[in-house]
Design a protein around this ligand. Sequence first.
Ligand SMILES: Cc1cc2nc3c(=O)[nH]c(=O)nc-3n(C[C@H](O)[C@H](O)[C@H](O)COP(=O)(O)OP(=O)(O)OC[C@H]3O[C@@H](n4cnc5c(N)ncnc54)[C@H](O)[C@@H]3O)c2cc1C
Length: 416
Amino acid sequence: MQYSAWRIFTQALKGNSGWKPVWRDPDPKPEYDIVIIGGGGHGLATAYYLSKVFGQHKVAVLEKGWIGSGNVGRNTTIIRSNYLLDGNQPFYEFSMKLWEGLEQDFNYNAMVSQRGVLNLFHSDAQRDAYVRRGNAMLMSGADAVLLDRARLRAMCPFLDFDNARFPIHGALWQPRAGTVRHDAVAWGYARGADQNGVDIVQNCEVTGLLVQNGRCDGVETTRGTIRAKKVAVCVAGSSSRVMAMAGLRLPIESHVLQAFVSEGLKPVIPGVITFGAGHFYVSQSNKGGLVFGGDIDGYNSYAQRGNMATVEDVCEGGMGIMPMIGRARLLRMWGGIMDMSMDGSPFIDRTPIDGLYFNGGWCYGGFKATPASGYCYAHLLARDAPHEVARAYRLDRFARGAPIDEKGVGAQPNLH
Ligand SMILES: Cc1cc2nc3c(=O)[nH]c(=O)nc-3n(C[C@H](O)[C@H](O)[C@H](O)COP(=O)(O)OP(=O)(O)OC[C@H]3O[C@@H](n4cnc5c(N)ncnc54)[C@H](O)[C@@H]3O)c2cc1C
């Protein structure tokens, strides 16, 4: 079913009775060319680009719950390409360009909203660091503007500029950054992949990997054995658990990250704002709720819920830059499991086991990466060679002494 203004009009006249299910609900076949484990944003995007760009149609996505039940439906929806390091910036800018054409590409309204991201700075040293980051962004073709206090005040008069502890001196602004409706991204990719012949199999948990003589030939699932020429793991917070089925250990720890939504308010936040002296980020949804978050909970967990100490820390961050947030009532909150890598950067790579591929380590920034991650993983799976913007995302980079230490905290995911 194609969507158009005309179809919305005619459906309105028919009481919306003519819409069809957006993707099929197939039983798994005994064999595929490529099996993707994980029906999150990255797994579905991979299937979409495999079938659309790389001519692979014997593909299945196996999801243990329902698609969108993982982090793709739990994140705070921020997209941006404001990275510093060579290994990362071109990749995230590639992703931003894919976001910009995504809705036309898969004919689905994902509410891509380029309302801008403001990273506040609070000291001269931090301003210098942001100038450097902005220059790296410009060199990769991204957009970056340094705002002084007066320009920032004109945009966001409600910020606490003269907070004694964290005075706000200005911001690094990426006007093309913004937000996207997260679950619609999963649905749009699922619909597109399904139309291209991909089987999206929900309620199908992978319980084992068929590995023999250094080769992976398929998977054991709760719906039977499925053979595959290539098995592509793409399970975000469950990465360590699934890769352990093949006896592989990863430089990844799983932590909880929480998100919060306030009651609906009149429009007040112009885009996304991030606190530079603590960890807090906020935007406003189209329904008016303030959508915000902060640090991960500082302990390892596979539970999709967090604890109160982090709630307090996040709210303190909000009060630090915009005290008016203290008047808003919290409507709901939830948690998701983060696959925190030891340098803050992801992996898209083959593994030492033939036929087994890995995509993960997205930390709390993988939503914005969804289109590029899917495209580059599809490239790797179809051509057995990394895409040029994802060359640095190798599993052996720590052994080679080549981490992409974007967050600068090394082996301390609790400090990301
Ligand atoms: C609260 C929160 C806020 C965030 N905010 C942002 C943000 O603003 N911007 C940003 O860029 N990123 C953000 N992120 C991070 C981002 O959501 C993730 O990095 C990204 O969604 C991970 O990729 P995914 O969509 O494929 O993961 P998921 O949606 O988690 O997909 C993985 C899937 O694998 C499935 N699975 C696991 N094990 C198995 C198995 N054995 N068999 C079959 N299926 C299995 C899971 O059920 C799940 O559906 C946030 C995350 C959270 C939780």
